[in-house]
Design a protein around this ligand. Structure first.
Ligand code: AMP
Ligand code: GLY
Length: 418
């Protein structure tokens, strides 16, 4: 069997690597892929958002399945276009991907179906938004409505900061069309947990929990990034909490999407906050998370190709998905300056010395047999072990063997216990 994976980051490397382990999969293509993905798949020089190009490639090469991983091609309707061309595709259709693509859609859905989330209001006019902020006071959270590469959220500790964020988004066009509408939310507190689930429209099967580290520096300091590391499972996500989330959040969300005529098939990502008043949804993503996927898929024992097919064929209830009873830690190594300006093209050394981990590549490129940096997040060094403490130790032992000019990483992935 052959699979085409769309995307070119650490998450896609984890997906390609896991698919390659399948006894059924003979070949994986990845578009566009990256220098590290090239070790597990044949990279195809097409942008992840090039719907026409991907459909044309799929018609010519006839993969048995196309897996669309990133948010933007999903929001643009790549799965719909592939299906229209008679190609099997994994991922939600455009009308379901909106659960991530529009925060106001997601909030309205949760309100309508009584799914616990932060209180909110939606504005397209900055004067009204500012009045709302003044009425409610800080701390308060301002979110651009559309996809903003994870950078559209301001957790404002003061009213001034919140007002500034509204002005930037609505009047200043900081996020283009994505910020013309803003969601203003009640500020919640509590540990954050990511729970990803396979969904076939009706049946939902959760993956083991994970935690992301969005801030660039240790102790959650500094600006937000695409994610500096992840581990699985979360210490906070007990069986009791999981059972509560299943009844109050997971099943109701899948049923709500079905009810709305937006049947969700693919991976649904629940970004949860375990507040003193119970688990609440912070965000939905219509896809695998990055870097959670690198940690979570490292623990998968069942053939991922079978799971993807069960989702597409709406037979998720018929398969058992097994996970290792262990833990995983993924430490991201980033380019100097990231998440602000950074340089590319730095030579990466030490990859051959890695013994304890698998290195998923997020932003690399192969040139003349040398591996070079080619993005903000460069590598996700990922280890599994019987305990989280051991997994952390193994991942960091390997991180310290890898060098490139300007490399930086957090030294506290998985460490926070409260
Ligand atoms: P999002 O892009 O929606 O995941 O938001 C980015 C980060 O902002 C989250 O991971 C949280 O740390 C924080 N955040 C989002 N919404 C809230 C909220 N209502 N209360 C407190 N923090 C929030
Ligand atoms: N790790 C968060 C995300 O993928 O959006």
């Amino acid at each position: 069997m052959t699979v085409l994976v769309i995307g070119g980051g650490g998450r896609e490397h984890a997906i390609c690597h896991t698919l390659k382990k399948s006894s059924k999969v003979d070949k994986v293509w990845c578009a566009p892929g990256n220098g590290g993905i090239a070790q597990d798949a044949e990279c195809v020089n097409l942008k992840a958002t090039d719907i026409d190009g991907v459909v044309a490639f799929a018609k010519e090469h006839k993969p048995d399945l196309v897996m669309v991983a990133p948010d933007d091609p999903l929001a643009l309707g790549m799965v719909d276009a592939l299906e229209a061309a008679g190609i099997r595709a994994f991922g939600p259709r455009k009308n379901a991907a909106v659960i991530e693509g529009s925060k106001s859609f997601a909030k309205d859905l949760m309100e309508k179906y009584h799914i616990p989330t932060a209180g909110y209001a939606v504005f397209e006019n900055s004067a009204d938004a500012i009045e709302y902020i003044k009425e409610n006071g800080a701390p308060i959270v301002v979110k651009a409505d559309g996809l903003a590469l994870g950078k559209g959220v301001t957790v404002a500790m003061t009213e001034e900061e919140a007002i500034e964020a509204v002005k930037d988004a609505i009047d200043g066009g900081a996020f283009g069309g994505a910020g013309a509408r803003v969601v203003i939310e009640e500020f919640l507190t509590g540990p954050e947990v990511s729970v990803l689930a396979f969904v076939d429209g009706k049946t939902l099967k959760t993956m083991p929990s994970a935690q992301d580290h969005k801030r660039v520096y240790n102790d959650d300091k500094g600006p937000n990034t695409g994610g500096m590391g992840a581990f699985s499972p979360s210490r906070f996500y007990t069986d009791e909490i999981a059972a509560e989330c299943m009844e109050t959040i997971f099943k109701p969300t899948v049923a709500a999407m079905e009810q709305e005529g937006r049947t969700f098939k693919g991976v649904l990502y629940f970004g949860l906050m375990l507040t003193p008043k119970g688990p609440k949804v912070i965000e939905y993503n219509a896809r695998f998370g990055d870097p959670e996927t690198q940690a979570v898929l490292s623990r998968l024992e069942t053939d991922l190709y079978d799971v993807f097919n069960a989702v597409i064929d709406e037979k998720l209830d018929e398969i058992e998905i097994k996970w290792a009873d262990n833990a995983a830690c993924c430490v991201c190594m980033a380019s100097g300056g990231y998440p602000k300006e950074y340089e590319k093209g730095k030579k990466i050394t030490g990859l051959d010395d890695v013994t304890e981990s698998y290195v998923f590549h997020a932003g690399t490129k192969l040139a003349d047999g040398k591996m070079l940096t080619n993005g903000g997040r460069v590598l996700g060094v990922t280890a599994t072990a019987p305990t989280l403490e051991e997994a952390i130790e193994k991942a960091y032992a390997d991180v310290r063997k890898i060098q490139f000019e300007g490399a930086h990483f957090r030294t506290d992935i998985g460490v926070k216990k409260a």
